[in-house]
Ligand binder design. Structure first.
Ligand code: GLS
Length: 839
């Protein structure tokens, strides 16, 4: 009201600037203030955690004006908004990133130093929000960063998991999962919105009725309801004043629990039901590219999608009398099929809650959504048994049946003599267990479908969605993934950042194509020296971290050969191991010709139920144990496993790599994004023609990339011709000796059976063609080893890799989404332009 406006303090007065100013002096004062008024502590008793919290609140205060001003700007302009719907956001630590995006790293360091505190110690305190599994979740986080940086009105919607991805401990070489407790000490970055709640319903049945206009309608009579409550996190842009919103939903019990149970006197039953409701957002499913089918996961998906769409509808109705025009206000991106139930939910909201007719509702729905496919692996393509679906979401199943009936009619008209095609394209898979095909629902309900690397997008069109591509070729796009240079260069590799800034000026982090200014210096001896010193320092930091985490000592002079990513058979960590064992074997036999000392670094989590992946982790440790303690070998080879690979550890690992292992079977890795982070930091890649490797190799130059392995076409042909891995084993002497060593018990304290499941799988099936690719891999490794012994030549290649990977910035990817899919324009926010009042 006006009364409040009159009393509003002027934001920008000198008092206010003390509170939110960016100088070391005001940061210091605000920090001391937060320690007292937020943490309620005095200096002498402040713990490191108190220091972190006070620092976080100090920084958060400095984000709020931008955030509020951004919300105000978008709202006033009635701006078209991107809604990114994702079940995962692998954000990583916030404090360091927010200091960078506010441009106050130096002030903060200075302010801390004045108080006798080391900023790094404060940064190390932060637990990381691990609300994702791997590449897909980290991509969502990079995209939020770029959306804000490009001044695009955008909201990230997702789930506030109480427990994110598990902490990985290693016990006797085996992975042991420990509960992630990221929220237990409080999360200073989120703002709870207890009044921003939406009901979400499950179960029950539907009833037809006739509305007041005499029209046929359906009412859903659910069995239970719960609420989704919003927790908001600001997402700063870099080099601008835009600050976007990440809104994560937390589940709480609804009134139905009270009514049903408390009033019947069943107090404990009622409390139990409440606990059940709150379970929905308890824990992230720890499977990357999972074999799905769990009821709770479908509940999670529907829960966050329903809250998000209700929130979008609320915002829309602030500007419009009804849902007409909803698709003009919002572009909603489905991050894989996890949120694809949104298609049915928006239909339900339009039809049942807003009285729209089917044709209009369908038009709005199809023009709202776009779908990104992130995997071709058949076991990861989500389908839900119709029985389960109908039990949890009876109304949505009806709507899906109706979408399908109309769609199949269209198809029959178009392909009258091809009933098999019609059956293939159906939203329902027929069989002993009928299932809903979520990728088909997402494709039919979207105006655009994209893959995440050029080769992957072609494969989407020619394999999993082939029939749909034939029907709607114009719907299909490629948008090659990208990663944010703010976190993965500026924050994680300050020395590299210094080198680039000296040459290109500070603007490069907003325009990564400026990395090209490095290129003319690739052969300059003095520049090479600086580059080598940068790499050397990063390797020393990683060596120290490795020593701290595992006790292993590694030599920073050696070639750091690194494979960090989820553990999966298709990613072929065990192919890497076969090479390591071959090198070991040669040294023991005295037949070695590659004297390059190497440190092999592994890291990555295995899905807790994925036995083979866990066995691979055990094998890495077992090989490491034998090699690292053998004095005949350990001067030349070391093998380490960095436990608990997460964003924080990753930031220390990428800058230290000489060689990046991107060795998946061609056609299996949709894109990869670690491959980009390594290359940007000056690692050379040894890799297959898979995912974004193809484009990285084209960008950096074929001579600066160690290529090996079968192509997609060759993989297909090999399998079609009846692949017999046994024959590779028989005809390749070294390969046979290596596999025999694994079967001998040498790496398992004499137990020949421990690794049997792995070696048997390789010899009998080898679905990922390790044996077929082994000779080419070992040969490419020898080339890499040779190249490393020429420091000037290697450094040149390293510089060219960093110089030519600007394309893989997530800013470029987001620009493509804006232009080719979302049709959304930047809306820059200006702090200066506002009248400065805080009503
Ligand atoms: C993934 C793919 O496996 C990765 O290749 C890809 O880089 C990532 C982001 O597009 O998505 N799909 C998936 O389910 N998990 C992934 O990491």
């Amino acid at each position: 009201g006006t009364a409040r406006k009159e009393r509003a303090p002027m934001h920008g007065s000198s008092d206010e600037r003390t509170r939110t100013g960016m100088s070391p002096e005001s940061l210091k004062r605000a920090f001391v203030d937060s320690m007292f008024y937020v943490q309620a502590r005095y200096w002498e008793v402040a713990t490191p955690h108190d220091l972190y919290m006070a620092a976080a609140y100090t920084v958060r205060d400095r984000m709020l004006e931008r955030w509020i001003r951004t919300a105000e700007t978008y709202r006033k302009a009635d701006a078209r908004t991107v809604c990114y719907l994702s079940a995962e956001y692998l954000l990583g630590p916030q404090l360091g990133n927010n200091l960078i995006n506010l441009g106050i790293v130096d002030s903060a360091r200075q302010g801390a130093r004045d108080l006798g505190i080391d900023l790094q110690e404060i940064l190390d305190q932060e637990p990381e929000p691990g609300l994702g599994n791997g590449g897909l979740g980290r991509l969502a986080a990079c995209y939020l960063d770029s959306l804000a940086t490009l001044s695009i009105p955008a909201i990230g919607y997702g789930i506030r998991y109480e427990h994110g991805i598990f902490d990985q401990k290693i016990v006797d070489g085996w992975q042991v999962e420990d509960c992630d407790l990221w929220l237990t000490n409080g999360n200073p970055w989120e703002i709870p919105r207890p009044l921003l709640r939406y009901p979400v319903r499950f179960g029950g049945h539907t009833e037809p009725y006739t509305d007041e206009h005499g029209r046929f309608r359906v009412r859903w009579v659910p069995e239970l309801d719960l609420y989704g409550m919003a927790y908001d996190t600001p997402v700063l842009g870099f080099g601008n004043d835009n600050t976007n919103l990440l809104r994560l939903w937390h589940a709480t019990a609804g009134r139905s629990f009270d009514l049903q149970a408390f009033h019947k006197g069943d107090y404990y039953g009622a409390v139990n039901a409440k606990v059940g409701a709150e379970n929905i957002t308890k824990v992230l499913y720890p499977n990357d590219e999972p074999e799905v089918g769990k009821e709770l996961r479908l509940k999670q998906q529907y829960f966050f999608v329903s809250c998000s769409l209700q929130d979008m509808v609320r915002v829309h109705l602030q500007h419009a009398p009804n849902l007409e025009g909803f698709h003009e206000r919002f572009a909603a991106q489905l991050n894989d099929t996890h949120p694809s139930i949104a298609v049915a939910e928006l239909m339900r909201l339009c039809l049942d809650e807003h009285g729209m007719d089917w044709e209009r509702a369908w038009e709005i729905t199809r023009r709202t959504f776009a779908y990104t496919n992130h995997t071709l692996l058949p076991e990861a393509l989500e389908t839900w048994p119709v029985e389960l679906f109908g039990r949890l979401l009876p109304r949505h199943l009806e709507i899906i049946y109706e979408i399908n009936a109309r769609f199949l009619d269209e198809l029959r008209m178009r392909y009258p003599f091809d009933p098999e095609r019609v059956a293939r394209m159906s939203l329902i898979e027929e069989g002993p267990v009928r299932r809903v095909r979520m990728a088909h629902l997402a494709t039919v309900g979207s105006f655009a479908v994209n893959g995440v690397a050029a080769i992957h997008s072609e494969l989407v069109k020619s394999t999993v969605l082939r029939d749909f591509h034939e029907l709607w070729p114009e719907k299909f796009h490629n948008i090659t993934n990208g990663v944010t240079p703010r976190r993965f260069i500026q924050l994680s590799n300050p020395d590299l950042c210094g080198i680039i800034t000296d040459l290109a000026g500070p603007g490069w982090a907003r325009d990564a194509e400026n990395l090209r200014t490095l290129e003319p210096h690739a052969d300059d001896a003095a520049f090479q020296q600086r580059w080598q010193a940068m790499k050397r320092a990063a390797k020393e930091r990683l060596a120290a971290r490795i020593r701290e985490a595992t006790g292993a000592v590694v030599d920073p002079q050696s070639l750091f050969d690194i494979q960090v990513k989820r553990i999966h058979e298709y990613k072929r960590q065990h192919l890497n191991l076969l090479h390591i064992v071959a090198l070991y074997h040669r040294i023991k036999q005295g037949t070695d010709s590659d004297p390059t000392p190497r440190t092999f670094v592994f890291g990555g989590k295995a899905a807790p139920g994925y036995f083979m992946a866990k066995l691979i982790i055990k094998l890495i440790h077992s090989v490491a144990e034998v090699i690292n303690r053998d004095p005949e070998v350990n001067q030349r080879l070391r093998v380490v496993f960095v436990p608990n690979f997460n964003v924080k550890n990753a930031e220390c690992i990428y800058p230290a790599a000489d060689l990046s292992e991107q060795i998946s079977t061609a056609g299996k890795e949709a894109s990869g994004t670690g491959n980009m982070k390594f290359s940007m930091n000056g690692a050379l890649t040894i890799g297959t023609l898979d995912g974004a490797n193809v484009e990285i190799r084209d960008a950096v130059g074929h001579e600066n990339f160690f290529l090996f392995g079968l192509t997609v076409a060759e993989v297909e042909r090999t399998l079609a011709e009846g692949y017999r891995p046994w024959e590779y084993y028989r005809s390749h002497d070294e390969l046979r000796e290596v596999i025999d060593l694994l079967r001998s018990g040498l790496f398992s304290h004499g137990d020949p059976d421990l690794f049997r499941p792995l070696t048997d799988s390789l010899l009998q099936h080898d679905p990922y063609l390790l044996l077929a690719d082994y000779p080419a891999y070992v040969e490419a490794q020898a080339r890499a080893g040779d190249a490393f012994r020429d420091p000037a030549g290697w450094t040149r290649m390293s510089i060219l890799n960093a110089a030519r990977t600007g394309f893989f910035s997530s800013d470029r990817a987001i620009r493509e989404y804006c232009r080719n899919i979302w049709q959304v324009e930047p809306m820059p926010v200006s702090l200066a332009a506002g009248n400065g009042s805080v009503p």
